[in-house]
Design a protein around this ligand. Structure first.
Ligand SMILES: Nc1nc2c(c(=O)[nH]1)N=C([C@H](O)[C@@H](O)CO)CN2
Length: 127
């Protein structure tokens, strides 16, 4: 296993207000999504050089993900999870990513509801 498969950079509890949902009332009122993201990354190089250019900058990723989630209405949290995973793989040189998107308050008697996806640049949509 390569180092990039072992180390992780995480973002937990990233909150974004956006239009999300399948019902009419949801198309007019922003709701909160909470994202947990885990990204494989070789942290050893950054640790040795102590240089942000060698690190996966979690601040930049958080900013980009927040902007993408908020930029337009979507219906399903699955669409958000898939889009965020794709963005991270395509724009940040990450090889493996896990994204959990939670929608607190969506189900009255549940603390939260969520979906998770795990994606890799090595995945092929054609099997
Ligand atoms: N698997 C999903 N189920 C549901 C979703 C969703 O995004 N993924 N969304 C809704 C509604 O928008 C709901 O959140 C309103 O409370 C229902 N089921």
């Amino acid at each position: 296993m390569e180092q990039a498969d072992i180390d992780v950079v995480s973002i937990e509890g990233l909150t974004v207000e956006t239009i999300i949902g399948v019902y009419d009332w949801e198309k007019e009122k922003k709701q909160q999504l909470v994202l947990d993201i885990q990204m494989s990354w070789d942290n050893q190089r950054a640790a040795v050089t102590d240089n942000i250019d060698d690190a996966l900058d979690y601040a930049l990723v958080s900013e980009r993900v927040s902007a993408w989630v908020a930029e337009k209405p979507r219906q399903l949290i699955e669409t958000v999870a898939e889009g965020v995973a794709s963005l991270i793989l395509n724009e940040f040189g990450v090889q493996n990513v896990e994204v959990r998107v939670a929608k607190p308050g969506a189900v009255p008697n549940a603390k939260t509801v969520a979906v998770s996806v795990r994606r890799s640049v090595f995945d092929s949509p054609f099997g």
